[in-house]
Design a protein around this ligand. Structure first.
Ligand SMILES: C[S@@+](CC[C@H](N)C(=O)[O-])C[C@H]1O[C@@H](n2cnc3c(N)ncnc32)[C@H](O)[C@@H]1O
Length: 270
């Protein structure tokens, strides 16, 4: 078997992977990510039985190899997430929903949903608020593998610790037999969520307008120019008065005047 520890990822080849990631996703990989890139791509080399990163680069650079480009994106995006991450956002949403009065369905977008915990946290919050009979969540990501996990709605039971008990009882099931040790999200929630492969750095497809957009912990992967482009596109998808939520280590300072801050990391469209 290939001993990937013995493989070398040269600066040149690393820079080629960096450029490809930037071109295909807008994600900027800093130079200190070389070890991470090597470890993650080594797995793919093993799967494909390739002997060097040069061979793999050649493969992803060959024309019309979209499938392998997707594999590269899947390998090099960082997908850390959890249920009810940054809990104050869900408290804010819950409070806003209590006084929300619209005749159209409530629409929420989890715009870099990773393995889906964010979308299901939103779904539990909206379902429990009973604010409106009709609501929809769009959950999107550029990584096809995490999106497949999100669609399944099945998680290691240890991740349930972050879910409030009331929601666990109402919206989650404990796996049995072959699914022992797993937490399953209810079909009742799933029917409100649509999962879509979507690149925030590309032209947005026809997805309509939203009352709330969660764009959390993804802006950090882009440079300032891309961040502004993405925020402009996202703002265009918010209804007037709609809310945008970003991650705790992110800021929109100097990026847009169309969104006014209402609370740390929460903005409202003017
Ligand atoms: C750290 S996770 C954040 C997950 C979740 N929003 C949260 O805050 O817990 C970042 C996600 O952004 C996705 N991502 C990175 N670049 C993207 C792009 N160009 N378009 C869409 N999603 C992207 C990654 O695949 C990853 O799942």
């Amino acid at each position: 078997m290939l001993d990937t520890n013995k493989l070398t990822l040269s600066d040149y080849v690393f820079n080629q992977f960096k450029s490809l990631m930037f071109k295909e996703s807008g994600v900027m990989l800093s130079n200190d990510k070389q070890v991470m890139v090597k470890a993650r791509l080594a797995k793919r080399l093993r799967q494909l039985n390739l002997d060097s990163f040069e061979q793999y680069l050649h493969l992803v650079q060959s024309p019309d190899n979209r499938l392998e480009i997707q594999q590269l994106i899947d390998a090099l995006t960082t997908n850390e997430t959890s249920f009810f991450r940054e809990a104050q956002h869900f408290e804010f949403l819950r409070a806003r929903l209590a006084s929300f009065s619209v005749t159209v369905p409530i629409r929420i977008w989890s715009a870099a949903c990773s393995t889906g915990e964010e979308a299901y946290s939103l779904a539990m919050t909206v379902a429990d608020s009973r604010c409106h009979p009709d609501w929809q969540i769009l959950a999107s990501d550029i990584n096809s593998q995490v999106l497949a996990c999100a669609g399944l709605g099945m998680y290691d039971i240890a991740r349930a610790a972050a879910i409030p008990r009331r929601y666990l009882v109402k919206y989650c099931l404990k796996g049995v037999r072959s699914q022992a040790g797993q937490l399953l999200l209810s079909e009742q929630l799933k029917q409100h969520i649509r999962f879509v492969l979507l690149n925030l750095d590309g032209e947005l497809p026809e997805i309509g307008q939203f009352h709330f957009i969660f764009l959390r912990n993804v802006l950090i992967y882009f440079n300032e120019v891309k961040r502004k482009q993405i925020i402009d596109k996202i703002t265009g998808r918010l209804v007037p008065g709609g809310y945008l939520f970003i991650g705790h280590s992110e800021s929109l300072r100097g990026i847009t005047e169309l969104l006014k801050p209402v609370q740390a990391t929460i903005y409202q469209k003017c």
